[in-house]
Design a protein around this ligand. Sequence first.
Ligand code: LLP
Length: 409
Amino acid sequence: MNDLSKYNNKLIYKKNKLFLEDVSLNTITKKFDTPIFCYSSTQISNKFNLFRSSFKKIKPLICYAMKANFNSHIIKILAKLGSGVDVVSKGELEKCLINGVEANKVVFSGVGKTEKEIEFALKKKIKQINVESLEELEEIEEICKRLVTKINICLRVNPDVNANTHEKITTGRLEDKFGIPNDKIQRIFEKYNGNKFIKITGLSIHIGSQIESLDPFKNAFTKIRKQILDLKKKGFKILTLDLGGGIGIKYNKDSKIIDIKMYAKLIEKLFSDLGAEVILEPGRYIVGTSGIILTRVIRVKKGTNKNFLIVDAGMNNLLRPALYGAIHNICPVKLKDDKKRISYDVVGPICESSDIFIKDIKLPEVLKDDLIAICSTGAYSSCMASDYNLRPKASEIFVKKNKFIISNN
Ligand code: LLP
């Protein structure tokens, strides 16, 4: 329990107290109320650099999927490191540009872009739009005609592959709403060949999220490689290849992790000979393990067969356990030397039975007002929060070495 390095190597016990980088988490609560999101800025940069440096033969354009966490501090850190961004709304597009991301490093994904959003993206001259249907492409063409402009397009392929992840975050099967079936792709290339407003530069793919093995990637990437070779045979140029995101992270002792170097090797093996620019859209991998929720025990409630730790964070702060049955590791902020362990259900204050973070976790005895940390909440946590039960949104703190700042937008 004491070694948290597999979750976040900046989350460390020093003399029984939990630190994020060089800041004791207890000191944060002297200045700010709980629940509060705390992130390690160094961990975010390190993960980005590790991802980038795993590629040896190609230099992919990394477009951070900012839906994972759109806090402006994160966007600024990544923009300074040269990252591009994958956006899915006008809001995200505006925000990444304000925070220093270059427009020619922005790709626009999503199954339901509105005409207004498309128009805005065209005016901002972003790198490309990833298109999810012929209907969407026809609308983009009309808007380009009206604005007398041209746009680069990648067609998002639906490869009909099961990502073997949670049902609600798998996106690459034919019954999912995403992408264009493989057998319809060539027809669209033919239709738009030489078009004055639309330049189809390549293909994109994204089969799901929190993927814990290389096999689904291998299946999907092999299908897309075949598609590219077929298109090339027909004389179409493939200049860009957007391989999406999806790499899983460590949430609990049972999570399996993909070796990022093997992921990079797979991509290089399958695509480095094609001469296309590779784009990648990692979200969770870059920010997921960097964050924790620091929460205080409101009270310890003894049930008939259970001890409930009622904490001040709830499903309004972290929806993932309620929505996907996700299990985030939980650890005390202060360790006790005492070897005694008690089994707890850690639950939030919200009036829903699904407001449970973890069941039957064995912890040293926890008392009212103690602090605990919910790990791996850097991705899809603060950005999915709500004010359900009229609870205020939790603040967000960024630690770097022995300093921390607040950034709530
Ligand atoms: N690209 C596209 C087109 C996407 O739809 C997504 C995520 C990503 C990239 C980034 O995927 P990542 O590398 O983060 O796995 N709320 C869910 C996750 C939803 C993912 C949506 N799309 C969760 O909490 O697990």
